[in-house]
Design a protein around this ligand. Structure first.
Ligand code: ASP
Ligand code: MG
Length: 425
């Protein structure tokens, strides 16, 4: 049993869907393959925009939705010249559900509405891909992920009910996969009351890992627009290297610190079942890529992860009490309350410094709460670089012309919060 995951970039247009079909056809597999697909291209962003417009009533809701429909129907038009193909109706019917929702006043909770609207991206992308695969002669069945991925009702960040999910997958999906190839959605699940949930942005990798784990798959392959995991993002670095083999441990560290190649939640389920994760390029599908496994491979080269738009705050107890013994749990609970995810931290006797992604609203609310008991100083507009398997040379290389505000080192990882020397304080 194998699981493949294709992200939005791989199916951003008709050519992408044809390419996906080619990859499947060339493997010449009749069954025991589950294909997990995201929404096409940037559709999820567009649907987020639609949700916002609907909730605020400010923008032209119908125009945005028309654009989304148009985008899909032009791809369908290219792929299926025969207009009597059932995919036309099937996709139109899926959109109707959102039309109905948009007709009504938005009086449900915003996060609930978000999940009902945004999930449509994955529903229609998989309908199109499954129909196209069938056209090309593959024996494919479209499967609704919501019948399998069972979650709680934390909309937008739903938590998986593993026991129920595993049970349903083994009982009902396994028999389907014995007969044919199945196509399903990433990113979405459903509550015990059958309401649609989503697993958090970029969650399709995680979905694929859940399916792979519950199916006891022999491997999970994530098809990307890059040749594999690289030691740095080419956006920031001229010379990047592909890492041919990576341990689960390094992969989860890199993903956690912000390497965008794999969603951080993906590794745990497959590590727990010792399922190899292959990262491959959909542009050159026979090339080697990266194999992520339990083997104890140290990274062959230092790896760099850059994050911009960081905020750094330093917290000092007003009464001069020790930060660790007397205040840390209090401080952490405020971070948790405001859903601020920490990227680095460092403490001294009476101060605690923390960096995180800068979200102005969250920062303001957090500082307001902290200021009741602490003196708070903060900086914004910072960069964070994480170097896995660092040495002095790599540190020197990334800190040229930078002022360092915070530097934290463990045995293998060095994190530096910094800003350009030219930035005025
Ligand atoms: N379509 C969703 C998103 O763009 C999920 C995914 O692509 O992984 O966030
Ligand atoms: Mg995506």
């Amino acid at each position: 049993m194998e699981v493949y995951k294709f992200g939005g970039a791989s199916v951003k247009d008709a050519e992408g869907v044809r390419n996906l079909a080619n990859i499947i056809i060339e493997r010449n597999q009749k069954n025991n393959l589950l294909i997990v697909i995201s929404a096409m291209g940037k559709v999820t962003n567009k649907l987020e925009e639609l949700t916002k417009a609907y909730l605020t009533g400010l923008n032209d809701v119908h125009q945005i939705f028309e654009d989304v429909k148009q985008f899909h129907f032009s791809i369908i038009g290219e792929l299926f010249p025969d207009e009597s193909n059932p995919v036309y109706n099937d996709v139109a019917n899926s959109f109707v559900e959102i039309d109905w929702l948009l007709e009504e006043e938005p009086d449900d909770a915003a996060d609930y509405i978000y999940d009902q609207i945004v999930s449509i991206g994955e529903i229609v992308s998989t309908k199109i891909a499954a129909a196209y695969l069938n056209e090309t002669g593959c024996n494919v069945q479209w499967v609704d992920a919501r019948n399998f991925i069972h979650t709680d009702n934390s909309y937008r960040e739903a938590q998986v009910n593993w026991e129920k999910t595993e049970q349903e997958i083994q009982k009902k999906l396994n028999p389907v996969l014995e007969q044919c190839i199945a196509v399903t959605q990433g990113f979405i699940g459903s509550t015990s009351e059958n309401f649609t949930t989503t697993l958090g942005r970029d969650g399709s990798d995680y979905s694929a890992a859940i399916f792979a784990s519950c199916l006891n798959a022999s491997s999970l392959t994530i098809w990307k627009d890059v040749p594999g995991v690289l030691n740095a993002d080419p956006k920031w670095f001229d010379e990047t290297e592909r890492i041919p083999r990576l341990s689960y441990h390094d992969a989860i560290e890199l993903a956690y610190y912000g390497a965008t190649i794999i969603h951080p939640k993906t590794i745990k389920p497959i590590q727990n079942k010792n399922i190899p994760l292959y990262v491959r390029s959909f542009l050159d599908h026979k090339a080697e890529g990266t194999d992520i496994t339990g083997a104890d491979n140290h990274l062959p080269v230092p790896s760099f992860i850059f994050k911009v738009n960081q905020a750094l705050i330093s917290i000092f107890p007003k009464d001069f009490s020790f930060i660790i013994e007397e205040n840390l749990s209090d401080i952490f609970s405020l971070f948790h309350k405001h859903k601020v995810k920490i990227t680095t931290m460092l403490n001294s006797a009476i101060s605690f410094s923390v960096s995180f992604d800068h979200d102005p609203k969250k920062l303001e609310a957090l500082i307001a709460d902290l200021s009741q008991h602490y003196k708070v100083k903060y900086n914004t507009g910072l960069e964070l670089v994480t170097i896995r398997y660092y040495n002095q040379q790599t540190i020197d290389r990334v800190t040229v012309n930078k002022n360092i505000l915070l530097e934290v080192k463990s045995r293998y990882t060095c994190q530096i919060v910094m800003r350009d020397k030219t930035t005025v304080e």
